[in-house]
Ligand binder design. Structure first.
Ligand SMILES: [Zn+2]
Ligand SMILES: [Zn+2]
Length: 366
């Protein structure tokens, strides 16, 4: 427990250095609010941040996938968000400026109005009021935050799946224009790969194929349980002939790469797409160059290649509605719930660095 108006929060002070601190709660005004965090999902990029691989300024509170209950809300904020104290909301990562050419053009994901990464989990304690991360009991609700109301009936650790599921809808369905009956190959069976399986099934994909490694056997099994038709272990089987066989030689209408660091997957994606097909690249590579990359393959096959960065409002809405529907056994994706004090272990678990444990989705619960 904290004393007075204060919150416990995990503060990252340097690469691989986390500490639990008590911080003061800010006074809120007419345009902002305060969220009591119920859970925060852990993202692959959280581990990169932990290792110091992201361009952020320490100290900061990590965590950009929070769900919680509004405990303070200004009158103006209540009117604009159409929310009230006590409502439960999922909070989007980005806090867009609302005025730059990207924001007003409808692509607020690309907002550069702040001249910095203006987002939950990435702003430092030096930016007032400092409570910008989900690894905390309380989170500041900025006037420009984007919020999604979510039903009280959903357990907090499942509610935070709005983030990977939103990615599934945007990356596997909306961006490539996945149509009923299409074949989709999803490279990488982590939380976002599995979310792509669910989104593809919702969109009526005809054939869903997922690839992974030896270490992913449990994730590949879950992919099939969630609706994938084929799972390919690329350490045992070359995915190109395997997909050719599974599709009677037609190959994939859509390929989505959600693997982290795996540069080979980019060439695989290009080889697995049919002529005229679409490739969505969403997994970041470290950053490393792709060896043996032949751009001519994109030309000769007339592929459409798209880079996917983040999720947006309509796809988060789809994710929240799907979670509330209870249509899928989402609890099977969620493998670990841990307290704030175990944030470091949670990050190591997600990165597969805790021997003998196999995590898919992890939530920190304050
Ligand atoms: Zn994330
Ligand atoms: Zn903007």
């Amino acid at each position: 427990m904290t004393s007075g108006r204060a919150t416990l929060a995990v503060v990252q002070t340097a690469p691989r250095s986390l500490e639990l601190r008590e911080l003061p709660l800010p006074d809120t005004g007419p345009e902002d609010g305060l969220l009591q965090v119920e859970a925060c999902g852990i993202c692959g990029s959280d581990y990169e941040q932990y290792e110091g691989a992201l361009p952020v300024r320490f100290p900061l509170i990590p965590g950009h996938e929070p769900v919680g209950r509004i405990v303070e809300l200004g009158d103006e904020a209540a009117r604009r968000w159409d929310l009230k104290v006590g409502d439960r909301v999922a909070v989007e990562t980005l806090i867009p400026c609302g005025f730059c050419r990207h924001c007003v053009g409808g692509a607020y994901r690309l907002c550069n109005g702040h001249r910095r990464m203006n987002a939950y989990g990435y702003l430092g304690l030096d930016v007032p009021p400092g409570l910008w991360g989900g690894y905390s009991q309380y989170l500041y609700l900025d006037p420009h935050a984007l919020l999604h109301k979510i039903a009280d009936s959903v357990p907090p650790e499942i509610a935070v799946l709005f983030n990977p599921l939103g990615a599934g809808f945007r990356w596997a369905v909306e961006m490539p224009g996945l149509a009923v009956g299409d074949t989709i190959v999803i490279l990488g069976p982590g939380q976002r790969g599995l979310a792509c399986v669910i989104a593809a099934r919702e969109a009526g994909a005809g054939r869903i194929i997922v690839t992974g490694l030896d270490a992913d056997e449990h994730k590949l099994a879950l992919a099939k349980e969630l609706g994938a038709h084929h799972a390919i272990n690329v350490q045992r089987q070359d995915p190109v002939p395997a997909v050719r066989e599974a599709t009677d030689g037609r190959m994939a209408d859509v390929v989505v790469d959600v693997t982290a660091y795996a540069v080979d997957a980019v060439n695989q994606a290009i080889n697995l797409a049919r002529r005229g097909g679409t490739v969505v690249l969403a997994g970041t590579k470290g950053p490393q160059a792709v060896p043996d990359f032949l751009s001519d393959r994109i030309v000769f096959k007339e592929l459409t290649v798209k880079g996917a960065f983040g999720v947006d409002y309509p796809n988060y809405e789809r994710a929240v509605r799907l979670i509330e529907s209870g249509k899928y056994p989402l609890e099977k994706l969620h493998t670990h719930t841990l307290p704030l004090a175990d944030a470091e272990r949670a990050l190591r678990l997600l990165a597969g660095r805790e021997p003998g444990e196999s995590a898919i989705h992890i939530a920190l619960v304050p």
